[in-house]
Design a binder for this molecule. Structure first.
Ligand code: SF4
Ligand code: SF4
Length: 236
């Protein structure tokens, strides 16, 4: 699973957050519904409020900088949608930058994680052309689903970037959007994607669990497709 990097202790958690900026959060929770990672996982620690709480705890030496904390910070997209809705003017982006810098200096990642971060974050994400190339598999899958005559429910990639419309879309496509509109129903693998469909395309969309192996009840409409897929997956 994830790296087993050593936890950082209070002794090397020298101040990495601006004290006043970190204290500006009043825990009101108004940012939660704007945070895509919170909407995806439903975990408070993946929300702006939760992450600020973790950052402060690490800075104060109440929490060590272990894999769990790092994972919650890593999952943040840095989109700063939370800043736009915060009534206290919390400068989340700056808190995040300070924390990531601190993690970079004090948390040891596994060689695999380091490699992935170097390739994905430094060499792919900042470059739109490379990002587009990296998303080709998701786009191909979507294309296949759109072409299939019998496909009445589309199963989509877990990325808003793979959705061809809406304000956050990197590569809008009117043609793909039109074909999606012809579906009976769309299945998104996260609540965020499903909500995105409903909000920006007026298309009926349902959320399904991220893992097909999760023992949850499938939502109506996606049942048969997902059960078939689950049955065809190799056991292991
Ligand atoms: S909206 Fe601002 S003050 Fe409220 S919980 Fe989120 S970050 Fe904190
Ligand atoms: S920057 Fe984006 S992903 Fe990160 S906490 Fe704020 S809204 Fe959530």
């Amino acid at each position: 699973m994830t790296s087993a990097g050593p936890a950082t202790t209070a002794s090397n958690t020298a101040s990495f957050l601006d004290h006043d900026k970190a204290l500006a959060c009043i825990h009101c929770g108004l940012c939660l519904s704007s945070c895509p990672t919170y909407l995806e996982t439903g975990n408070e620690n993946d929300s702006p409020r939760g992450r600020i709480h973790l950052m402060r705890a690490v800075q104060d030496g109440r929490l060590s900088l272990g894999d769990s904390v790092v994972r919650h910070v890593d999952l943040c997209l840095g989109c700063r949608a939370c800043e736009a809705v915060c009534p206290s003017g919390v400068q989340y982006g700056q808190l995040l930058e300070g924390t990531r810098d601190h993690i970079g200096k004090h948390h040891e990642r596994s060689p695999w994680q380091s490699f992935l971060r170097r390739v994905a974050i430094e060499r792919v994400l900042p470059f739109p052309e490379r990002m587009e190339l990296a998303l080709v598999p998701a786009q191909v899958l979507l294309e296949v689903a759109l072409q299939a005559e019998s496909a009445r429910v589309f199963y989509l990639a877990r990325a808003t970037l793979a959705v061809p419309f809406g304000p956050d879309c990197a590569f809008p496509s009117e043609a793909k959007t039109e074909r999606i509109r012809s579906a009976d129903r769309v299945v998104g693998v996260s609540e965020y994607v499903a909500r995105y469909f409903r909000q920006h395309a007026g298309i009926d969309a349902v959320h399904v669990p991220i893992s097909l192996l999760e023992p949850e009840e499938w939502p109506a409409g996606g049942n048969q497709l997902l059960r078939d897929r689950k049955r065809s997956r190799p056991r292991g």
